[in-house]
Every structure is written in C-alpha cells, then in structure tokens.
Design a protein around this ligand. Structure first.
Ligand code: ATP
Ligand code: MG
Length: 257
C-alpha cells in the first residue's frame, strides 16, 4: 500500500486546437485527491471541468505537467477509474443485468461470479425488479442508476462523474444524491464529481474545488467539515442546517464573483 493520493495533478496545462489557434482549457492546475475523499468540482460553463475529468480519466493527456494515479503517470483509460457521464452510457441491446455484467465478463470472470456481481450492484442501485428490462424501458433516473451500477461492477477505486444528475428532475436527483452518498460511505471509494449545483457539491463533497472561467484555475478549495452522518434520505434536513448553509454561502461567494 502506498500513501500517495489516489490521483494527483501537477502543474497541468491543457489546450485544444481551435479554429483560430490554441484554446487553453486548463492552466497550471495542481491538485491532490486523497484516497477515500469525495471531491466536488464546480465552475462556470465551458471553464474546463470536463477537460479536467478527462485528464484524470486518461482520455486526454496534459501538454505540460503530470497526472498521477497512485503515484504513477496515467497512461490511458483504465477500468480502475470508472467514468459516469451526464448521459447514461448503456448498451441499448442488452438488459440492465447484462449491461452491469458486461465489465466483469470482459475481465474474464467466470459466469457464476459475474452473475453474482451483477445482481449485487443492480440491487445496490435498487433496480433488481428491472434487471431483465432494456434501457428504453427505464426512466432517465433509472438509466443513470443502471449506468452507475455498470461502472461499480468493475470495482473501480476511483469514480469520475461528470454532471451525472444534471438532466434529472429535482426529486430524482435528491434520491440519487443520497444513493451516491451511501455508496461512497459503504464502499470507501474515491469520488470526483463535477456539478453545476452548489448545493449538490456541498452536500456530497468532503471538499469543494471552485474553478475560474476558462482556462480553469483553482479559485478556492473549501473543506466541508460538518458531519453528514445519519441515515439515508436525510438530504433535506442536512441542507437546512446552519453549518451546511454557511459552507454553501462560502462557495457561492466564489461562484458569483
Ligand atoms: N473538442 C474540443 N475542441 C476544441 N475546443 C474544445 C473542445 N472541447 C472543449 N473545448 C473548449 O474547452 C473549454 C472547456 O471545455 P469543457 O468541456 O472542459 O468545459 P466544462 O467546464 O465541462 O463546461 P460545461 O459546464 O458546459 O460542461 C470550452 O470552453 C471549449 O472552448
Ligand atoms: Mg462539461
């Protein structure tokens, strides 16, 4: 076991090649993401959040600086860093159960073992009743839960999530926030969540990173120190507490300046 952070960025620059020359998206960003932490990332539209997540995933490579996974340079995508996109990524021709089983199957796990794993993760996102349904038979929220189960079935040590709940209605979103919090607590995974919602960032994060306008630089890095201990489904109650509101206001100060 190493004591290195789960993921690290060291002085990372990244530019796209635009029509009129380079478009800098990330500028000199350094970041340590501790094992087991929950990092929320928030920032203006187009500032470079998805770019940052893609760099962490190994889908993009920095022009300068380094991205390290457990102290080693990230060389490309790896199932140990699972990605959940805004739009649920499921195979439309496979049932929910088969979608979740897909990763373990690719890893060559024996049939009985991968069936057991799939059932476990389908249960974790409360879709057991729909294991034999196809994605088109599910609501958007259920599809996103299935996509989450699919990524979890690879047992990633890090979950990278890019506005996974952005397209959902408020109520479904609250349910999924609680589900994600519970998964984070019960599995001890490291989670990085990009979100547009200050409330969601503070509710779920152990830390909130606020990014500047493009190119993304760190404007503030705010620890969320109050405890969200308690049972499932306490979202509303937590969000009404003075200590929650205090952190939310602190984040808002940076977001709106
Ligand atoms: N494929 C691309 N080619 C050229 N430029 C790009 C490309 N993708 C993104 N960009 C540029 O990089 C900037 C950052 O993009 P990115 O997708 O990381 O932003 P974001 O913070 O995720 O935005 P949003 O909140 O709207 O999802 C954008 O403003 C855009 O100008
Ligand atoms: Mg984005």
């Amino acid at each position: 076991m190493s004591n290195a952070p789960a993921l690290q960025l060291r002085n990372v620059d990244y530019s796209y090649s635009g029509r009129n020359g380079p478009v800098p998206a990330v500028d000199g960003l350094s970041l340590d993401i501790e094992v087991g932490s929950f990092l929320s990332i928030i920032g203006p539209s187009g500032c470079g959040k998805s770019t940052l997540l893609r760099l962490l995933a190994g889908l993009l490579f920095p022009d300068r600086g380094e991205v390290l996974d457990d102290g080693q340079p990230v060389g490309g995508p790896d199932p140990r860093r699972g990605i959940v996109f805004q739009k649920p990524q499921l195979y439309p021709w496979l049932t929910v159960g088969k979608n979740v089983e897909f990763g373990p199957k690719m890893r060559g796990l024996p049939r009985a073992e991968r069936k057991r794993l799939a059932a476990q993760y389908v249960e974790m996102v409360r879709l057991t009743e729909f294991a034999k349904s196809y994605p088109y038979e599910l609501s958007g929220g259920m599809q996103q839960r299935a996509a989450l189960a699919r990524v979890l079935a690879n047992d990633p040590k890090v979950l990278l999530m890019d506005e996974p709940f952005g397209a959902l209605d408020a109520l479904t979103r609250e349910h999924l926030q609680d589900e994600l919090r519970e998964i984070w607590r019960s599995t001890g995974k490291t989670i990085v969540l990009v979100t547009h919602s200050v409330e969601e960032a503070v509710y779920l994060g152990t830390r909130v990173l606020v990014l500047s306008d493009r190119p993304a630089r760190a404007l503030a890095d705010i620890p969320v120190s109050f405890s969200t201990n308690g049972t499932r489904g306490l979202g509303r109650e937590v969000k009404a507490r003075p200590e929650f509101i205090k952190v939310r206001e602190e984040v808002l100060r940076y977001v709106w300046t």
